[in-house]
Design a protein around this ligand. Structure first.
Ligand SMILES: Cc1cc2nc3c(=O)[nH]c(=O)nc-3n(C[C@H](O)[C@H](O)[C@H](O)COP(=O)(O)OP(=O)(O)OC[C@H]3O[C@@H](n4cnc5c(N)ncnc54)[C@H](O)[C@@H]3O)c2cc1C
Ligand code: FES
Length: 273
């Protein structure tokens, strides 16, 4: 069950003009959270913005004795709410609801895991990488951005033993081009019978391209969709996408906050996203 608390801001770590990591005291949410789940945050004490905003749980924080103490979020400033979250100071209190949504299911050996992140789509992968490391699953992060200075927090994945493949559109770090370039190459290198699963989060065109590559190479692929959400609880229908049933049946409008945000990529009707 999600819990609704007033969370105290522990720290606001600014990474750049547009990105920051916000740490929040939330022991009950941290204790219940599973990889890829999200929270709804009220970004202001007033009426504007009125609605809470959805954010992936970035890190699970622990106290000195290892008990879950809070969460962090990886925030990209794009509008009113995310601008307020970029400026908030330690000690402030923010209404926080979670954990919410359908999580990623981490694979175990002998299967290999490939996490594919575009920009702020990195956010759900620290918790997934932690769960995969606990299962001793061989894991690769393929992480793309426009420029080198838009690649953040790679060291968190290094510390978990994840193999890291970077790509930038301008070639300033890693492979030149979109992250689908090294993904396509990696998929082509592995023999067909080799078990591997893709986990993807990023801009819709990137997720669509990864889903197509996974289908061509016959790989399982889960995507984490980032639709606009009004409530996060299934009540407002602002977050629907057209998706087939789990059995591949007729597509229907599906609430991403309760049936997602994680979907088997084959279920999503990509032309309609
Ligand atoms: C499950 C989930 C997890 C998310 N995790 C993160 C995260 O970890 N870090 C993070 O920075 N963001 C994340 N997002 C996106 C984040 O919720 C939006 O950026 C935020 O709601 C925008 O609020 P705002 O008030 O700043 O923008 P607004 O002022 O409401 O909007 C500014 C502009 O951005 C557009 N916009 C709003 N929401 C989205 C969206 N979801 N996708 C694309 N465009 C949008 C609006 O249409 C408008 O044009 C997540 C979204 C979902 C659904
Ligand atoms: S966000 Fe309200 S139903 Fe999904």
């Amino acid at each position: 069950m999600p819990v609704d608390i007033d969370a105290t801001v522990i720290e606001n770590r600014r990474l750049s003009a547009d990105y920051n990591v916000l740490s929040l005291a939330a022991p009950d949410i941290a204790a219940a959270a599973r990889p890829g789940q999200f929270v709804m945050i009220k970004t202001s004490g007033g009426m504007d913005p009125l609605l809470r905003r959805p954010f992936s749980i970035f890190e699970l924080l622990r106290d000195g004795s290892g008990r879950p103490s809070g969460i962090s979020i990886f925030n990209k400033r794009i509008g009113a709410g995310t601008t307020l979250l970029s400026r908030v100071e330690a000690g402030a209190r923010l209404p926080l609801l979670g954990p919410l949504g359908r999580p990623f299911e981490p694979v175990g050996p002998p299967a290999e895991a490939w996490m594919v992140a575009g920009g702020v789509g990195l956010a759900p992968f620290v918790t997934l990488a932690t769960a995969l490391a606990a299962r001793k699953t061989r894991t690769t992060l393929l992480y793309g951005a426009r420029r080198a200075d838009e690649l953040y927090c790679v060291e968190l994945f290094d510390a978990l033993g994840v193999t890291i493949v970077l790509a930038t559109e301008d070639g300033s770090r890693g492979v030149r081009g979109r992250i689908t370039v090294p993904l396509d190459a990696a998929l082509g290198e592995r023999p067909l019978g080799h078990p591997a699963k893709l986990y993807v989060c990023g801009p819709t065109p990137m997720m669509r391209a990864c889903a197509q590559l996974a289908a061509v190479h016959g790989r399982a692929c889960d995507v984490s969709l980032e639709q606009v959400m009004g409530c996060g609880l299934g009540g407002c229908y602002s977050c629907v996408v057209l998706a087939r049933g789990a059995d591949g049946g007729t597509p229907h409008h599906t609430r991403t906050c309760v049936e997602g945000p994680v979907f088997d990529a084959r279920r999503v009707v990509w032309e309609a996203v």
